[in-house]
Design a protein around this ligand. Structure first.
Ligand code: UDP
Length: 432
């Protein structure tokens, strides 16, 4: 527990002791409860990143949190990747064998994890890959909640209908934004994503660490830096970003950096990357960087080096790059879409734009007025501190767990939660 105390103290220095006190209070109501998270990957991707920092925080407030990862052959992950595309609206053709493989892996994994799944007071299943575990566990003792991290607003229906048969068995589900949900016969909770201020992507860096990126990528430290970090994807509108930069560069000098992940396993990403390189060719203040997936510190340093961060998406899920930049006190110019609208409060924590022209106008404005950059950047950081750090995420989970176990259709206020008893708890007596 000593480590837990230290961990909470560390977060308290960032979010304030009241936030931590509230987590402790919620944790006290859940003390001893066994919470099992299940997803399909231990590394890579936002879900794993969140679980890595969420589990120790939950443990620190007294909950017996643990995490299991389902295993399957590569073909299983091919099928679940197709699920993922389908649930985000793409038409995919899945065969009977594909569905059988998916169900077989879920059945096998349910057997492997049976004791843990039956022991837990709360089972939180992340995303579609392990969604069918529920079908193979009977009787079920704990509260089962399905956590969906993807945008289900316009699914390809044949695949959603299949998945829905499992989802309706859960006691509740969680979505990142109201728009991402589907009608379901149980309570739904809205829990936006979050970032960890202590991860490599977000931790404080020394001035030398930040400055290193100028040398590494041949950037000019005397010129303002405008940055967009994104996968090379048409929906991130990299070509629109270049257009915006060229328009603004006619009036004010700056360098644009478009930094994005390697796209070896994604033919479309490679095509978009090549297109961006072609459009940027010969333009000396437009730099395209291809980064490896492990480049967390580089992205952190680029975001900190930037004067302005763009995320000119045409369609976006949540937009973690926006959260990351705002946390670093940067004014963000974001496309008015998806979760960007939740984070960028137009004219306050950044600017929302619809066109390259709009983005160009805001770039000029922000580069011209340093005081506005500072003011907006400051508000942006505070907005993230209040709303999009991992501590808020943990608080949402704890409070919704209490709501679920009290059978409440909505979140409960702390004072209404009095007597939960966890059968699995090592403590014999009721908690309160
Ligand atoms: N990211 C990264 N390398 C890249 C591009 C993006 O590590 O080359 C990270 C980025 O910092 C953020 C996440 O991947 O943490 C992207 O999340 P976001 O919600 O912005 O967009 P998505 O790629 O999920 O559509």
């Amino acid at each position: 527990m000593e480590n837990g105390r230290k961990l909470l103290e560390r977060y308290a220095r960032v979010v304030g002791s009241q936030v931590i006190a509230q987590l402790r209070e919620l944790g006290a109501r859940l003390e001893g409860a066994k919470v099992l998270h299940v997803n399909s990957t231990a590394y890579g991707g936002g879900v794993a990143e969140i679980l890595h920092c969420m589990i120790p925080l939950m443990q620190a407030v007294g909950v017996q949190a643990s995490w299991e990862v389902i295993q399957g052959p590569p073909e299983f992950f091919e099928v679940t990747k197709a699920f993922h595309h389908a649930l985000q609206g793409h038409r995919v053709d899945l065969t009977e064998e594909d569905l059988k493989l998916y169900l077989d892996v879920n059945q096998k994994e349910a057997q492997r994890l049976e004791d843990k799944l039956k022991e837990a007071d709360f089972v939180i299943i992340h995303d579609p890959q392990p969604a069918y575990l529920i079908k193979y566990i009977s009787p079920r003792r704990g509260h089962w909640v399905w956590r969906c991290h993807i945008d289900l607003s316009r699914p390809f229906y044949p695949v959603w209908r299949f998945l829905e048969k499992a989802v309706v068995k859960y006691e509740a589900s969680i979505f990142s934004m109201p728009e991402f949900s589907q009608p379901l016969p149980h309570p739904q909770f809205i829990v936006p994503p979050s970032i960890d201020p202590f991860s490599d992507k977000n931790r404080e860096l020394t001035a030398e660490e930040v400055f290193k990126v100028y040398h590494e990528f041949g950037l000019d430290p005397s010129k303002p830096l405008v940055l967009q970090v994104s996968r090379f994807d048409p929906f991130k509108d990299p070509i629109g970003v270049i257009k915006a930069a060229e328009m603004a560069q006619r009036y004010i000098p700056f360098q644009l950096v478009l930094a994005g992940g390697g796209a070896a396993d994604d033919p479309e990403g490679e095509r978009v990357y090549q297109e961006v390189v072609r459009v940027a060719k010969g333009k000396k203040d437009i730099v395209v960087l291809k980064l490896p997936p492990t480049a967390h510190l580089t992205i952190n340093a680029l975001q900190r080096a930037a004067d302005i961060v763009l995320q000119k998406s045409l369609r976006e899920g949540f937009g973690l790059t926006v959260t990351e930049a705002m946390w670093k006190g940067k004014p963000v110019i974001g496309g008015a879409t998806g979760g960007i609208k939740l984070q960028v409060v137009d004219h306050h924590t950044g600017f929302l734009v619809h066109t390259p022209e709009g983005a160009a106008l805001r770039i000029r404005y922000l580069l011209f007025y340093e005081d506005k950059r500072r003011e907006i950047g400051y508000k942006a950081r505070e907005f993230v501190r209040q709303n999009f750090l991992i501590t808020r995420h943990v608080r949402d989970y704890l409070s919704l767990m209490l709501s679920v176990c009290m059978g409440a259709p909505d979140r409960l206020e702390l004072e209404t939660v009095e007597s939960c008893v966890w059968p699995s708890s090592t403590r014999a007596a009721p908690l309160l």
